[in-house]
Ligand binder design. Structure first.
Ligand code: ZN
Length: 189
């Protein structure tokens, strides 16, 4: 995972970090880890997530391993600018559920000197890139791709396997309907 040495951190500007991967790959856990370290460094941290994610808790971001941090639910992405003016670090979870306006917001935050860390699902259950994550990866200074473990064979897993048949792109709050699979063991149900 990214550990910055002082020479590699941009000076006098913010930047964008993206943590992208399939379900169960530890994206939120890694986001929480980075945000906690920023808090230890006495930096002011704000965390946002889209309205669609009511998994586990509405006022926190929670990883599958039960770590959590308080967060604010956002309906309108422009609210993020107002709510984070006094923060040094802005965390965004479930970034794939925001519309593409989140990109412009994060560019503004970074330009105003903030460190932005966005975590999100990079592909849907079919293996199709999940907008706006491809664009997020393009505009970021730093990218971390998280891999899970294939439950069939133990290989590194890059795919989210849906275990029930549904044509909907998102089944919110149904994480037990998914598991991580490698390329060989992934199929579209
Ligand atoms: Zn496998």
């Amino acid at each position: 995972m990214i550990e910055y040495n002082l020479k590699s951190v941009p000076q006098n500007t913010g930047w964008i970090e993206v943590i992208a991967g399939c379900m169960f790959s530890g994206k939120t856990e890694e986001l929480i880890r980075r945000l906690r370290r920023a808090q230890i460094a006495k930096l002011n941290v704000k965390i946002f997530k889209p309205e669609i994610d009511k998994r586990y808790s509405s006022e926190k971001i929670v990883s599958h391993s039960e770590q959590s941090l308080p967060s604010t639910i956002i309906n309108n992405t422009s609210d993020i600018l107002d709510l984070s003016h006094d923060s040094h670090v802005v965390g965004i979870d479930e970034a794939q559920f925001f519309d593409s306006s989140i990109l412009e917001i994060c560019i503004k935050l970074a330009a105003s000197g903030k460190r932005v860390i966005a975590a999100g699902l990079d592909m849907d259950y079919r293996g199709v890139p999940f907008e706006p994550m491809p664009q997020f990866l393009a505009i970021a200074e730093y990218i971390t791709k998280t891999l899970a473990i294939c439950v069939v064979c133990g290989n590194p897993a890059n795919m989210t396997q849906r275990k029930i048949a549904s044509g909907e792109r998102v089944l919110v709050g149904a994480s037990d309907s998914y598991e991580a699979r490698c390329r060989l063991h992934h199929y579209i149900p």
